[in-house]
Design a protein around this ligand. Structure first.
Ligand SMILES: [Zn+2]
Length: 480
């Protein structure tokens, strides 16, 4: 089923330069009033001339190198002509025949299989302004335009149609985001920092392009919707038209916008106000600036810390998580650290929809080392450690203070014995059931002891003690 689906992505990622691509306006527009970060160049006023931001080019080359692309010796900016309210000049300055690079490769893991996704090209272009609709695109009476975003440098990364399912597309995007963040040229947490257009075709039909996918979750949803739509058409003997469709994030559907335009419609021609840029010599210097990327870091974690490949994947997908892990693992058992960061902490972050970057403000590596140390010393149980992590993420504070306040310290062996005796006495039927071979009765009894001790005992320990006590307990002597 899946292999008959072909998906190619055009990913536009905002580069973290301080000024825009062709003018000195600040790129720090995310919390600014609309149309306050603008000038004659990015408003497209007649006669305004562009100047290239060198940092944006360097970032673009770094991205190309990190994706294993062949960086080209000469890049030329082109005009892509089209009219739209978010593009006041009537053309977008982008690259065409002479982009920054061709032919790269990104490895992803999908259903336990390693897959190679080819990168067709990488180029730099300017972001248009942002259109804001009141309601949805097809019902809004008017649109508002904010040009703060106009001229922000974007790196566009185009894949070959190598992705086979919406899920793979999501995995690819996460990997791409991770690589860009490792490079320090991108911040995926910023609103609209990554926008994706997708080409989708189902065997037997034409290819449709879906534009305006602006969230990581949106990608999987938009593609699933589009695949179902195309399959339904083909099943009914209808044709899938070659067209451009708009993704409506609110409703989770794609809407037909126009029949697909072709390249010649854009009348590409070299931008006469910018000279071609030769980049050959600087490329070698930039190679030395490429940091350790997720795949290499993953390999190193497996050998250096003897952790499982699964943990290594989970710990290296986000650079901030990887840094946090190394700060903790250098001071306390690396395997225990891997389990508690990959399995527990990441789960708690997901549940709260917060990133490691935000979480670290409340829960530092020092705090985490302290929690694991208390756990290893038996001062708190695994459950207590989890409660501690949750409390720190939600409200902050210091581990020792929270242990006291929430009474998380483990109870003494004598107290556990008392609890088990009480539970056995109060649940004779369950004890009899367990002796008769019903194992689920034991789970029930463990649960009762945990309740009795308000979660301060270690369930594994309770289970062992409980079995010992029940076996020693002479049920018949109790019978009448
Ligand atoms: Zn400007």
């Amino acid at each position: 089923m899946e292999s008959e689906v072909k998906i190619g992505l055009e990913c536009h990622a905002q580069l973290l330069t301080r000024s825009k691509l062709f003018c000195p306006c600040s790129t720090d527009y995310h919390n600014a009033e609309p149309n306050t970060h603008v000038c004659a160049v990015c408003l497209g006023l007649p006669g305004a001339l562009p100047t290239v931001n060198e940092q944006a080019i360097r970032y673009g080359i770094k991205v190309a190198l990190a994706l294993g692309c062949e960086v080209q010796p000469e890049i030329i900016f082109y005009r892509k002509n089209y009219y739209y309210p978010d593009l006041p000049r009537g053309f977008q300055i982008t690259q065409y025949d002479f982009p920054i690079a061709f032919n790269g490769l990104v490895r992803i893991e999908s259903d336990g299989e390693e897959r190679e996704i080819r990168i067709r090209r990488v180029h730099i272009e300017e972001d248009p302004g942002r259109l804001v609709y009141k309601g949805t695109i097809d019902t809004a009476k008017y649109a508002l335009v904010d040009y703060n975003r106009s001229g922000i440098p974007l790196v566009e990364i185009v894949t070959e149609p190598d992705l086979r399912s919406p899920k793979e597309a999501r995995i690819f995007l996460n990997k791409l985001r991770s690589i860009l963040e490792y490079l320090g040229v991108f911040n995926g947490d910023l609103e609209g920092a990554m926008r994706v257009d997708a080409n989708i075709s189902v065997a037997g039909g034409e290819r449709a392009e879906v534009k305006n996918i602006s969230s990581y979750k949106g990608v999987e949803r938009a593609l699933s919707f589009e695949i179902t739509r195309q399959k339904n058409l083909l099943r009914r003997g209808l044709k899938v038209k070659q067209e451009t469709r708009h993704y409506d994030e609110v409703r989770g559907i794609t809407i037909s916008m126009r029949t697909k335009e072709f390249e010649e419609d854009y009348r590409y021609f070299p931008e006469p106000d910018l000279v071609p840029i030769r980049i050959a010599e600087s490329v070698l210097d930039l190679k030395a600036e490429i940091p350790e990327l997720p795949d290499e870091k993953r390999k190193r974690f497996i050998t250096q810390y003897s952790i499982t490949p699964e943990h290594a994947t989970a710990l290296t997908s986000d650079k901030h998580v990887a840094d946090f892990y190394e700060a903790v693992a250098s001071r306390i058992d690396p395997k225990l650290s891997a389990t508690w960061i990959a399995d527990v902490l990441k789960g708690e972050l997901n549940y709260r929809s917060i990133t490691m970057r935000e979480a670290i403000k409340r829960l530092s590596p020092d705090d985490f080392v302290a929690i694991l140390r208390y756990l290893k010393q038996g001062i708190i149980t695994e459950r207590g450690a989890t409660v501690l992590i949750r409390e720190m993420l939600d409200r902050g504070g210091k581990p020792d203070e929270i242990i006291k306040r929430k009474k998380l310290a483990t109870i003494s062996p004598t107290e556990i014995d008392v609890a088990i005796d009480a539970v056995i006495k109060a649940n004779k039927n369950a004890v009899a059931d367990y002796l008769a071979g019903k194992n689920e009765a034991l789970n029930f009894l463990v649960g009762q002891v945990m309740k009795y001790t308000r979660g301060r005992a270690e369930p594994k320990e309770v289970r062992i003690k409980l079995v010992d006590k029940i076996q020693a307990y002479d049920l018949r002597s109790d019978a009448q």
